[in-house]
Design a protein around this ligand. Structure first.
Ligand code: HEC
Length: 119
């Protein structure tokens, strides 16, 4: 009888231990906070890919989007132009028939929301 009680006690304790361990593990999982987007890591490449050669160093336009300060200052204008209809006056990238991919436009917006960080 005593042996049975000890066995039961052992089972209860080990079960509780397992449960409490599982709970602790669950509680310590930290939510993944997405890193803030930065010009160097996430944005510059979008301009290089879509706005070449006109708005890059050596291009015809004075505003160079491969320059952080210029891109940052003009981001509202940039967002306006790239979201116009492809057939509309002022649509950018000028001369192209396809817009900047929606995922890239979303990244530029997120960059603004994240505080226009350089790196
Ligand atoms: C083929 C050359 C060419 C390409 C490629 C091009 N642009 Fe332009 N962009 C121009 C010209 C020319 C103007 C001036 C005429 C006008 O305002 O429409 C201009 C004007 C602009 C302006 C208004 C401010 C300014 O500097 O005059 C913005 C903002 C702009 N472009 C953004 C972009 C972005 C962003 C891209 C890439 C997604 C891009 N452009 C691609 C030639 C280009």
């Amino acid at each position: 009888m005593k042996k049975m009680n000890l066995l039961k006690l052992f089972l209860i304790v080990s079960t509780l231990f397992t449960v409490s361990c599982a709970k602790t593990e669950e509680a310590t999982v930290t939510p993944v906070t997405p890193a803030k987007l930065t010009y160097e890591a996430n944005i510059k490449a979008i301009f290089v890919a879509n706005c070449s050669p006109c708005h890059l160093a050596g291009g015809v336009k004075t505003n160079k989007w491969d320059d952080f300060a210029t891109a940052k200052t003009n981001v509202t204008l940039i967002l306006d132009r790239i979201q116009r209809d492809v057939t509309a006056t002022g649509f950018m990238p000028k001369g192209k028939t396809t817009p900047v991919p929606a995922t890239d436009i979303a990244k530029i917006k997120q960059w603004v929301a994240d505080g226009l960080l350089e790196k």
